[in-house]
Design a protein. Structure first.
Length: 602
């Protein structure tokens, strides 16, 4: 393995990264750094989150800055405020011994005035979220006409969040004679589209294999009945006493509900979703990064770009609709060569998703068994004993109190004292699992699955209306695009519940009182030069002309066929060539055939 010096990194940066604990380059750094320093053409680097990507593009970016020129020379786009701040902090750490390098982060959710002042003073590198950068470009304070390096970090996440149009607009404002560096965890069709449109003669660097999950992550699923999902979650959390995890939920409502339940049941948990104010989100993230919070319950969108070290587990409280979202979720753990585990709590109707994910990531899931109360209590007991055994005793501090302590417990036997200590530390689990609710056996739901198909799609949440939209994944209509599209056309803050995405259509749930407003705002608009239709999901026939007529005609035809012709025989063909069909239609006699024979043939 090469050293950073052999890769061509200058002395100032080497000094800084050595103090940060960088000993040897990680695989993605070893591949990318010399290429970016020695070659000036575009690059796509595919690597999982937590593999050292920031240093891979940040070090050569810093080394190529001309501090004598006060204009913006490099632009880094990231999907979220949190990742934007993290990249900025890392670049400042790498460049601490480089004189005159100016780096500014621009992002939403905070005062734009301070960012305007910083840009007016001159900046060499801008680290930005797309929305805020476009705002600053329109105000005439973000000047990108001398940018010669553009980095799209977590590009797949930016596209999933609906920033494709924003990225197009930004890249059109940057000189065509530039280097574009695209970093992504997966190579999707959208990423290939950006490469085709904006990269020239690009070099692809793959660390690991294309579209794979984190290499050091174990994938386990637990099949439970839908009503037992929360009980299963509690047992899994209890079974891993030192768990430090993100629990992913599908909706903001579910996220808050699960977090509230965990807090009520005595767990150190907090929620992270889009309804929280920016200040609340920052405080929640700060506590989680400092390990003051053990369990973070989050939506996919809120956790975008979330970079936290040492996560032991990612728990999927239900699987996402988009397989790429699962890749991002599981990639939060098993970082920097460490082992991690992705646990999925699923019910029988989600089993097909497990198979689809396995096929996509090239790894098999292990079918897990929910731990029993005895197994959980044993694990927790060993944890308590281990904690007691490893307590550091400061003799000087406790010496003045030992006489009174000995007198107080003098009458008590050692065994009784140990029982009391363990009961005090371990009592909550003993009390709960002494009368723990049963987790029922998974019902074999082949019949139930058929009923579900007959019953139709997802049951609409109480108080919500389900709307149909004639756009789907093939139109690039992913969750982020859905929200951005709604926010663009619906005035004010619009609450959205469950979202179902299919290849060519989508369903969204909105509060009943808002349904007419949303339909009126979206119906008839345009999305990527396609006219949008939006109506209530139980009346999809209004989405295209002629469907009502078809619905009236088709049942009549089918009834006629079932009554007169149960075998659906093409009688015209029969009378032309009767021999091959004789004996193959037991329900009809020769007299029956004769009655159906055309009159002209009599």
């Amino acid at each position: 393995m090469k050293t950073f010096e052999e890769l061509g990194v200058n002395e100032e940066i080497r000094r800084a990264i050595t103090e940060m604990g960088f000993v040897q380059p990680m695989p993605v750094q070893e591949e990318v750094i010399p290429y970016l320093l020695g070659n000036r053409n575009d690059v796509i680097a595919l690597a999982q989150t937590g593999t050292g990507k920031t240093a891979a593009f940040g070090i050569p970016l810093l080394q190529r800055i001309d501090t004598a020129n006060n204009s913006t020379q490099a632009l880094i786009l990231s999907p979220t405020r949190e990742l934007c701040l993290q990249i900025t902090d890392d670049l400042k750490d790498y460049s601490r011994y480089m004189e005159g390098v100016k780096i500014v982060a621009v992002y939403g959710g905070t005062s734009i005035e301070n960012q305007i002042h910083a840009l007016k003073r001159g900046v060499h590198i801008i680290v930005a979220t797309p929305g805020r950068l476009i705002d600053l470009m329109h105000r005439g304070v973000a000047h990108l006409d001398e940018v010669n390096n553009v980095v799209l970090d977590e590009a797949d996440e930016m596209l999933n969040m609906g920033f494709s149009e924003s990225i197009d607009q930004i890249l059109e404002g940057v000189p065509t004679e530039r280097n574009t560096l695209l970093f992504s965890a997966t190579m999707s069709k959208e990423i290939e589209g950006i490469a085709k449109n904006y990269l020239h003669n690009h070099h692809e660097i793959v660390v690991g294999s294309r579209n794979e999950g984190a290499e050091h992550v174990n994938h386990v699923y637990y099949m439970v009945n839908a009503r037992d999902k929360y009980l299963a979650l509690k047992r899994l959390v209890d079974y891993y006493p030192r768990i430090y995890a993100i629990i992913f939920c599908r909706t903001k409502i579910e996220t808050q509900e699960i977090a509230d339940k965990l807090i009520r049941d005595g767990y150190n948990a907090e929620a992270l979703h889009g309804d929280l104010a920016q200040q609340q989100r920052d405080l929640t993230m700060q506590k989680f990064r400092k390990h003051l919070t053990q369990l973070l319950v989050a939506t996919d969108v809120a956790a975008r770009g979330l970079d936290v070290d040492d996560l032991t587990h990612v728990i999927n409280y239900g699987l996402p609709d988009d397989i790429e979202n699962y890749t991002h979720r599981s990639g939060r753990t098993g970082r920097a060569g460490k082992k991690g585990t992705s646990l999925c709590i699923v019910h029988t109707r989600e089993k097909h998703k497990i198979r689809a994910i396995e096929k996509e990531i090239g790894k098999e899931f292990v079918a897990g068994v929910i731990p029993t109360p005895h197994e959980i209590c044993t694990k927790q007991l060993y944890k308590v004993m281990d904690q007691i055994e490893k307590v550091d005793v400061n003799e000087e501090e406790i010496a003045p109190f030992m006489k009174d302590i000995n007198r107080h417990f003098d009458y008590m036997e050692k065994e009784d004292l140990l029982k009391k200590i363990v009961s005090m530390e371990f009592g909550r689990f003993l009390a709960y699992y002494a009368d723990a609710p049963e987790i029922g056996k998974v019902e074999k739901e082949q019949k139930t699955e058929r009923k579900e198909k007959k019953r139709g799609p997802h049951n609409t949440e109480k108080g919500y209306t389900r709307l149909f939209i004639n756009l789907g994944k093939k139109d690039g209509f992913y969750p982020g695009e859905v929200m951005q599209f709604i926010n663009r056309h619906v005035q004010g803050r619009q609450e959205v519940g469950h979202i179902d995405l299919m290849d060519t259509i989508s369903y969204i749930e909105v509060p009943q009182n808002d349904a007419k407003k949303v339909m009126k705002a979206l119906d008839g608009t345009a999305y990527k030069n396609r006219q949008v239709r939006c109506n209530e999901a139980d009346r999809p026939e209004t989405s295209r002309k002629g469907t009502k007529k078809e619905k009236k005609e088709k049942p009549t035809t089918k009834k006629k066929q079932r009554k007169d012709n149960p075998q659906n025989v093409d009688w015209r063909q029969f009378f032309k060539h009767p021999a091959p069909l004789v004996g193959k239609i037991p329900d009809f006699t020769e007299e029956g055939w004769a009655r159906r024979k055309p009159k002209k043939n009599k």
